[in-house]
Design a protein around this ligand. Structure first.
Ligand code: NAP
Length: 247
């Protein structure tokens, strides 16, 4: 069971979409919430809605900025006990036609995979010294069946899933719990105004995530992600076809 009250929580990418909705709920529940994001404007907008939120501007794909953030968090918020690796990017790619795919791959892997690993490594010492501490990694139902238009996004999140599984085993005798939340399509700015028809609201996604955490589920498959998981186990080729037909 994971109690989400009186915690100090760092949510990467807390200035938009799911991270922003999560920040609102966690503040309402009486937690101290720290967020980071690339755009200072979005961080200021978040602060307008939630004056008590603590913000740090940081490009997590830049190793130096990511390490600087960890240093500031350790210095100014030694009570940090929950890290939520939520920030991510996605590129729609035609691997054969597009020219700059390797650069896009590097950026996606740095943001979606290396930054969470770096933050965990740099903040673990601090987090693990606190009671009731947790690391929560955000992934997607697409780790079970990848979409062809997102070749690096699927694979960066699959790698994060695999890393999360091994981290959970490594920490099984430690106080810090390791969670993963797999979201289905969620209607956020991520989809640039054209979310898939099946997308659920950020509020519904966050509410299911919190229910799962409070129950103590370590792998929380939200909404359609659960169905995709089952389908990918029972009929993998069918699941792959269906996921690539989503409009
Ligand atoms: N929306 C979906 O359909 C969906 C489905 C499954 C899983 N997810 C997962 O849910 C999480 C949140 O997605 P969302 O839909 O809420 O996306 P979103 O609205 O685009 O928000 C992404 C957040 O990440 C931050 N971010 C991105 N790159 C960053 C970087 N290099 N450094 C620091 N911050 C960075 C963004 O800040 P800036 O804009 O300032 O860079 C923003 O705050 C992601 O992990 C995503 O993979 C989403």
């Amino acid at each position: 069971m994971m109690k989400l009250k009186n915690k100090t929580v760092l949510i990467t990418g807390g200035s938009s979409g799911i991270g922003l909705a999560l920040s609102k709920v966690l503040i309402q529940k009486g937690n101290k919430v720290i967020i980071c994001g690339k755009s200072n404007e979005k961080l200021l907008d978040a602060k307008k809605i939630m004056p008590q939120i603590i913000t740090y501007q940081c490009d997590l794909s830049d190793s130096q900025q990511c390490s600087d953030l960890a240093r500031k968090i350790t210095a100014f918020h030694p009570d940090l006990n929950v890290l939520i690796n939520n920030a991510a990017i996605v590129n729609k790619i035609d691997f054969i036609r597009d020219e700059n795919v390797v650069e896009l791959a590097e950026k996606e892997y740095q943001t979606n995979l290396v930054a969470p690993i770096r933050l965990i490594k740099l903040l673990y010492h601090n987090i693990s010294a606190q009671d009731d501490s947790a690391i929560i990694n955000i992934t997607t139902g697409l780790i079970f069946a990848p979409r062809v238009i997102y070749p690096f996004y699927n694979s960066s999140k699959s790698a994060l899933h695999s890393f999360t599984q091994t981290l959970r085993i490594r920490l099984k005798d430690e106080k810090t719990k390791v969670f993963e939340v797999m979201f289905p399509a969620v209607d956020t700015p991520w989809h640039k105004g054209t979310p898939p028809k099946i997308a659920i609201s950020a509020e519904a996604a966050v509410s299911e995530m919190i229910k799962g955490l409070e129950k103590g589920n370590t792998e929380i498959k939200v909404g359609g992600a659960k169905m995709l998981y089952i389908l990918s186990r029972l009929a993998p080729s069918f699941a792959l076809r269906k996921v690539n037909e989503i409009q």
